[in-house]
Design a protein around this ligand. Structure first.
Ligand code: HEC
Length: 187
């Protein structure tokens, strides 16, 4: 009889242990964000902002796709206000994660270190879900800031390419979205 309370604690302990190890996902997300930020700055400096659209539009999904194929995880960038609804729309877990990350940011946590994870049971199986905050940097504003901060040429391209664009009006330090990683777990 004495053992029963201990046994009841066991699943929670295992769960916590599984939750604790997201170091591989954290590293992959940080690598993706670091690479994009570097490429974006280089492309803007070399060829200007219109040309840099390709970094966020083409290189980002390509790197996320490469990472997904290498790891067997689903790696993506999602937002509560996506520019591209096909790739950027957050699912239910991601929306909730983004709201929680925004709260933690408002409570004073550093945006670069903000992340969270959970193990969830979905109809298709068990998954480790991981989300790393994507903070808005000053360099993002020329395409995600107020319309005044967006050069006319870029604005034209965005209007043509993204008729349902919700990804403007940000200021530096806010959350643009998250790198989301979904890892299938054994049943
Ligand atoms: C030169 C323009 C440009 C700059 C600068 C830029 N972006 Fe983007 N961003 C875009 C475009 C265009 C898309 C839509 C991509 C697509 O078609 O999937 C996008 C999409 C995104 C998305 C995917 C979610 C969504 O809204 O569709 C994230 C996240 C994102 N950008 C973050 C950033 C961050 C963070 C920065 C600064 C480090 C940044 N962007 C700078 C143009 C830009």
């Amino acid at each position: 009889m004495r053992l029963l309370p201990l046994l009841a604690l066991l699943p929670a302990t295992l769960w916590a242990a599984e939750l604790a190890d997201t170091s591989a996902q954290r590293a992959a997300a940080a690598q993706l964000l670091g690479k994009l930020s570097t490429e974006l700055k280089q492309e803007i400096a070399k060829n200007g902002p219109v040309s840099a659209i390709a970094v966020c539009r083409d290189l980002a999904p390509k790197l996320a796709g490469d990472a997904s194929r290498e790891t067997g995880w689903k790696v993506s960038r999602v937002s509560l206000k996506p520019r591209n609804p096909l790739l950027g729309m957050a699912d239910a877990w991601e929306q909730d994660a983004l709201l929680q990350l925004e709260k933690r940011l408002a409570a004073g946590e550093k945006p670069e270190l903000l992340d969270m994870s959970a193990i969830v049971q979905e109809p298709a199986g068990r998954y480790l879900r991981y989300a790393k905050a994507i903070p808005v940097q000053p360099v993002c504003l020329m395409c995600h800031g107020d319309s005044k901060a967006i050069p006319a040429e870029v604005r034209k391209q965005l209007e043509t390419g993204y008729p349902h664009d919700r990804a403007t009006g940000y200021s530096a330090g806010q959350l643009r979205g998250a790198v989301s990683i979904k890892v299938p777990l054994p049943e």
